[in-house]
Design a protein around this ligand. Structure first.
Ligand code: SF4
Length: 970
């Protein structure tokens, strides 16, 4: 272990001070066996950023006038990136003369991203200057979906929609109002809005994204996401391509590399040799869906060889409950716990795991040893990837967390904490009470354990008459394109008896907005307010996304009332939109809605956006003191601090082992301890657990410990999965008929430079990535006589798509893959949009469920104010694959299982690249097949869902209320 010597060039550059001296004496000192960076050294890495005291008047040479040296003066305003979940810090450079944003760079004061961004951050400038962007609110003319639009005022929009919502609420049709979110954000803002309206109207994209992994984690410890402490880890295991993509990937990538620089080893499980796998010490090219088998084999080795953390297992798992429930014939001793687990997993030998996954047994053994050696410093991550792809995909996260538990790395320094320990939760003004409604269009009885709304099934529910959407908002959301079964979405969205009014809140045109009644332009990263906080490392931070031109105007003494007055055209932002809309739904306050949206400082008056954020920021630990120390005084001191720096570190590294925190005397007052389970209860609710004589807060599970054994799974009709398990996926080799050319298609991987369907407006990003061929190993290509560029027809369960082959050794033999970002389209009648990325297509419907799409033309150069639009050299816009997938809801987690069984064949004569066919009648049949696998509610006591499971926008839980199924409905 150690470092390379500096190269000749590095030596010179360091001596001249062009780069920091990374090789100076003592720089390579090891602390224990880990390399140590001091905070000062890290801070020194930021020395090239403009210092904040110069942000109002920053002068630098304009690179565009080179070789002439012309100075330009900028105002620099911080915000956060909106191009993925990480919300990295950005700084907008605003030309002082023209008040135009000229470029974006990182924000060194953002504790998560620390001044660094991926390609998508600076590309925000492309998005705000995109010639095809929507600048004004639009209303449909003619038939829905015909492509005709007219400009309307924000006033018209607000009045029309408010009237409709008011009527629905007054007529007790609450379930007909829904807000459906793609890219979420503004921490808890929509809870505030929708619960303020009293509706159970939140729907999200999470069941096509991360809910599988969330379910697996939640079963263990009541938290649904991991927060790996990569930079302090000794061994890192990724079941994903997390160095290059995924949640919080840029902040995580920095810390994974820091961990590696200090000596940590990295292993990646992925059937593709992703950029992440290529940077790893170990690549485990597992057959898709077999990951849990590999992880359980590692667990067995750790157990058999005594590499586990005895103290942690004894104190922090519910082993007594397990033995009593599963091995009542045995004495309840820790020794029997270990031997019972070994017995339970005895079939998961390395050889069995190799047979299932293709990963060599020797490598599995080696990695199990490394994990055991790392002990508490074992960091791991699974977000979408395998957890989002397979029937039983949730078992992957559960098996991965099993390793974290065995090593005692849960919440440890260098280990893997729950996400919530590193995430800020805002305190909002006038918090509304939980809604007293349960909307079965989002959480139907069939999926009581579904971790998020069954959003992928909404069009099928509407198709079979379970209800309707009278007022439907899609927010930065494009299900026609990103979801499986997009043609069924189109059928339903075009039907006014299913969707009364559809308002698409979006910064850019998309395939779903074509079927809206209102297209409402919402701001990009630098054009909106928002709050961010994510679990990027062992620390907690809050960041402020702000409309930078509005802030510059304020600094220049020209404040505006609404953000659309400062943004390009009349591009608005959602926060102000929702406040204005809510105020108009309840104009006289008689519906009880208005009170949520009143100023906390000026009773009876409408809250302003500044007041909303000030209320939150003045309650952030440490922020008032920091604002004061920086010279801010007055009513908006904390807000002004955030406007200046854009982010604040709430704590840095004190959030380890939070479960061991002791309950205070005040908290314990009136509580009791269960003599059998040691759980501490107060007012009927568990609040902690006794561990070695200490009253600890523990984890938010029924046992307050990590639950190796889940009574919840037993109670909710899945006893066979009471302990961590391996479920053979729907695309397991046993379920494929190789004799007819069936393969598994991995359709889930992200390209590091693109963002689902939101980067078609960013020319730099599309220039880098503009095709999505089928990755195929040379052995498979040989078998099929394919070479790179040949057309291939992939038949799914409901249709087919025709793509091109890319022959590459980076793909596991027997598996094919296709990136899900590309294949954007528009029809000839659609408004021009995303022309850097969209094919023009023809769509035909036979009226009987049969849909055909073919490409009229690919991407072409075009005239615009941006001279680059004439220089487009790529023609191929790729192929839309998700639209040919049927819905596959996992019967337990509710997660859509993305992997596809495909039959490979050569296209027939006349079939062309980009041709697509789908039969939506078939897709409805497949929906029913998967629905039949579910085991519906109620659970114990008539519950719709386990009370201890979190639910987005949790409704009222009182006895006999909406959380319980009425007797007549059971
Ligand atoms: S990682 Fe995400 S948030 Fe950060 S710069 Fe890239 S796209 Fe933006």
């Amino acid at each position: 272990m150690g470092y390379k010597k500096p190269s000749f060039i590095e030596n010179i550059a360091e001596k001249l001070g062009i780069i920091p001296n990374l090789h100076k004496e003592n720089y390579q000192e090891f602390h224990d066996d880990m390399r140590h960076f001091s905070d000062e050294e890290v801070a020194g890495m930021y020395e090239n950023f403009p210092p904040p005291e110069k942000w109002d008047n920053w002068v630098e040479y304009d690179p565009k006038t080179w070789p002439k040296k012309e100075k330009k003066t900028y105002q620099i305003v911080p915000t956060t990136c909106f191009n993925c979940e990480s919300a990295c810090g950005l700084t907008a450079f605003i030309d002082k003369e023209t008040q135009e944003v000229k470029k974006f760079e990182g924000n060194p004061h953002h504790p998560g991203s620390r001044g660094r961004n991926c390609a998508k951050g600076p590309a925000t400038i492309n998005q705000i200057t995109d010639p095809d962007r929507i600048l004004f609110p639009l209303k449909r003319k003619g038939k829905r979906g015909d492509g005709e639009w007219e400009r309307v005022s924000w006033d018209d929009v607000l009045d029309t929609i408010a009237t409709r919502i008011r009527k629905a609420i007054k007529e007790e049709r609450h379930d007909e109002i829904a807000y459906h979110v793609g890219r979420p954000g503004h921490e808890k803002f929509m809870n505030w809005v929708l619960q303020g309206w009293g509706i159970d109207g939140h729907n999200s994209h999470t069941n096509i994204c991360s809910s599988g992994a969330r379910f697996g984690y939640n079963l263990w410890y009541g938290y649904d996401r991991p927060s790996p402490d990569h930079s302090n880890a000794k061994f890192i295991l990724l079941v994903s391509a997390h160095l290059e993509s995924g949640h919080y990937f840029n902040p995580h990538a920095q810390r994974i590399i820091e961990g590696k620089m200090k000596g940590a080893k990295l292993a990646t499980m992925d059937p593709r040799l992703s950029n992440t796998a290529s940077m790893s010490d170990y690549w485990l090219p597992s057959y898709p869906g077999t990951e849990a088998a590999v992880l359980l084999a590692m667990a067995l080795i750790i157990l058999e060889e005594g590499l586990y953390n005895k103290e942690y297992l004894e104190n922090w798992t519910n082993w007594k409950e397990y033995l009593k429930a599963r091995h009542s014939d045995k004495e309840v001793t820790f020794g029997n716990y270990i031997t019972s687990m070994i017995e339970e997993y005895k079939e998961f030998t390395p050889e069995y795991a190799e047979k299932e996954s293709g990963v060599k047994a020797d490598m599995i053994i080696d990695i199990a040893h490394k994990i055991g050696e790392a002990g508490e410093r074992f960091a791991s991550h699974n977000w979408r990837a395998a957890g989002a792809s397979n029937l039983g995909g949730w078992c992957v996260a559960r098996a991965l967390h099993f390793l974290t538990v065995l090593t005692g790395a849960v919440g440890a320094k260098g280990g893997t904490s729950p996400n919530s320990w590193n995430k800020f939760k805002p305190t909002q003004p006038n918090p509304p009470a939980p809604q007293k409604k349960w909307n079965e269009l989002h959480f139907p009885k069939e999926y009581p354990l579904a971790f998020f709304e069954m959003s992928q099934l909404l069009p099928h529910f509407l198709k079979e008459g379970r209800g309707k959407m009278d007022m439907y908002f899609s927010r930065v959301f494009n299900p026609v394109w990103t979801y499986p079964d997009g043609f069924t979405w189109m059928e339903m969205l075009a039907d006014e008896s299913k969707f009364g009014v559809h308002a698409a809140l979006t910064p850019t045109w998309n395939e779903t907005a074509f079927y809206a009644d209102f297209v409402l332009p919402m701001g990009l990263a630098s054009e909106r307010h928002d709050l961010n906080s994510y679990a990027t490392h062992g620390g907690t931070w809050v960041a402020f996304r702000q409309p930078v031109l509005r802030e510059a105007a304020r600094r220049n003494g020209k404040p505006v009332e609404f953000t659309y007055e400062a943004n390009p055209g009349e591009v608005w932002e959602e926060d102000e939109f929702w406040i204005e809309l809510s105020w108009r739904i309840d104009p006289d306050g008689s519906m009880g809605i208005r009170k949520t949206f009143e100023s906390p400082y000026r009773p009876g008056e409408k809250i302003t956006i500044d007041e909303y954020y000030q209320y939150i920021f003045e309650r952030v630990d440490g922020l008032p003191a920091a604002a004061k120390a920086d010279g801010f005084t007055g009513q908006f001191a904390e807000l002004e601090y955030m406007k200046k720096y854009g982010a604040f570190a709430i704590e840095e590294g004190e959030s380890y082992k939070v479960n061991e925190n002791e309950l205070s005397a005040e908290q314990l007052k009136g509580s009791s301890v269960d003599s059998e389970t040691d759980v501490i209860t107060k007012d009927g609710k568990p609040i902690g657990v006794m561990v070695n004589g200490k009253a600890c807060i523990g984890f938010p599970t029924p046992s307050r410990k990590n639950e190796f054994y889940s009574q919840t799974m037993v109670d909710w009709k899945w006893p066979e999965y009471a302990t961590p398990s391996y479920i053979k996926s729907h695309i397991h080799n046993d379920n494929l008929d190789k004799s007819i050319g069936e393969y598994v298609l991995v359709p889930t991987f992200r390209l590091p430079t693109l963002i689902h369907s939101r980067s078609g407006n960013a020319k730099w990003l599309v220039e880098i990535s503009n095709r999505n061929p089928i990755w195929m190993h040379p052995d498979d290509a040989k078998k099929w006589n394919f070479k790179t560029g040949d057309l291939v027809k992939l038949n799914t369960d409901i249709g087919y798509f025709i793509d091109k082959v890319w022959v590459t050794q980076s793909m596991k033999p027997g598996v094919v893959a296709c990136s899900h970002h590309i294949g954007r389209w528009r029809r000839p009648q659609d408004k021009i949009g995303n022309r850097w990325a969209t094919n023009t297509v023809n769509i035909e419907n036979d009226g009987n469920g049969g849909w055909k799409m073919n490409t009229i033309s690919g991407v072409k150069p075009f005239e615009s104010h941006d001279s680059d639009s004439k220089r487009i050299f790529w023609k191929d816009g790729g192929v839309h694959q998700n639209i040919t997938h049927a819905v596959h809801p996992d019967p337990i987690s509710g997660m859509h299982c993305w992997h596809q069984r495909v039959r490979i064949e050569k296209p027939e004569v006349g079939e062309k690249y980009g041709d697509i066919y789908v039969d939506t009648s078939k897709s409805h049949e497949i929906y029913k097949e998967w629905l039949a696998m579910a085991r519906p509610a109620p659970g114990p006591n008539g519950e719709r869902r386990p009370l201890w499971f979190n639910r987005a926008f949790t409704p009222d839980k009182s006895d006999g209320g909406c959380y319980y199924i009425p007797k007549e409905d059971k």
